[in-house]
Design a protein around this ligand. Structure first.
Ligand code: ADE
Length: 231
């Protein structure tokens, strides 16, 4: 079993690479991929760069070129749900693309023909995350994550995304990774730790909490790998 562990930014995968004893660095398609093992499981770690296009390329490469059979994503997100505070963890039950808009043709936001507004994450992996949360005494909220090629720092836009998609958090890669994994039949899991509230202070909050929140998320994903290794 080979598992992809993916982030979007260097800060999101640095705590993951720290936990691997040794790894091989492979350059491919304008990116670096780190092959190693963790608790006896083969892993390929990569950060995609920000946004839907780069994350699509990286997720596809991890699956099609490196042969990964599951994908775990770790990173940070902006909170929509006011119960989510900086450092809190959210697991995506399903994901949508908030900036996909052909409503001019009568379609709902986030939908294109032969696609779907939402892509569901793998239930087995979500259940493992619940067990891990319990064993660590941590709270992990299940919720809907909306993805778009926009850093949202605007209350009005954030509320629109929340109202339109029922989303609890937003970020810039999960929805595209979900589309790739769903199309290629690879079970996937998207975890995010909150770095900001997607409001007018979001860029400051993001800069302040990116590293600590990325560590929260990464450490949790590594615990999940430990459980997956025993199955
Ligand atoms: N990732 C973390 N915070 C974000 C925000 N406010 N907008 C988009 N992506 C994010």
């Amino acid at each position: 079993m080979k598992i992809a562990v993916m982030g979007a930014m260097p800060e999101e995968i640095a705590p993951i690479l720290e936990k691997l004893e040794t790894y091989l660095t492979i350059e491919y398609a304008g990116n670096k991929y780190y092959e190693g093992s963790y608790n006896g499981i083969d892993v390929v770690v990569a950060y995609s760069k920000i946004g839907k296009v780069f994350s699509t390329l990286t997720a596809t490469t991890l699956i099609e070129h490196f042969g990964c059979e599951k994908l775990l994503f770790s990173g940070v997100a902006g909170a929509i749900n006011s119960e989510l505070k900086v450092g809190d963890l959210i697991v995506a039950t399903k994901l949508s693309q908030h900036d996909l808009d052909i409503t001019a043709f009568g379609h709902p936001y986030g939908y294109v023909p032969e696609g779907a507004v939402y892509v569901e994450a793998n239930r087995e992996l979500i259940d493992i995350s619940k067990d891990v949360a319990q064993s660590l005494g941590k709270k992990v909220r299940e919720g809907i994550i909306a993805t778009g090629d926009q850093f949202v720092a605007n209350e009005e836009r954030k509320n629109w995304i929340g109202d339109t998609f029922g989303a609890d958090a937003l970020e810039m890669e999960g929805g595209s990774v979900a589309v790739v994994c769903d199309a290629l039949n690879v079970p996937f899991f998207i975890l995010r730790a909150i770095s900001d509230a997607a409001d007018m202070d979001a860029s400051f909050s993001f800069d302040e909490f990116l590293e600590t929140s990325a560590v929260e998320s990464a450490e949790f994903v590594m615990k999940m790998l430990e459980v997956i290794a025993t199955k």
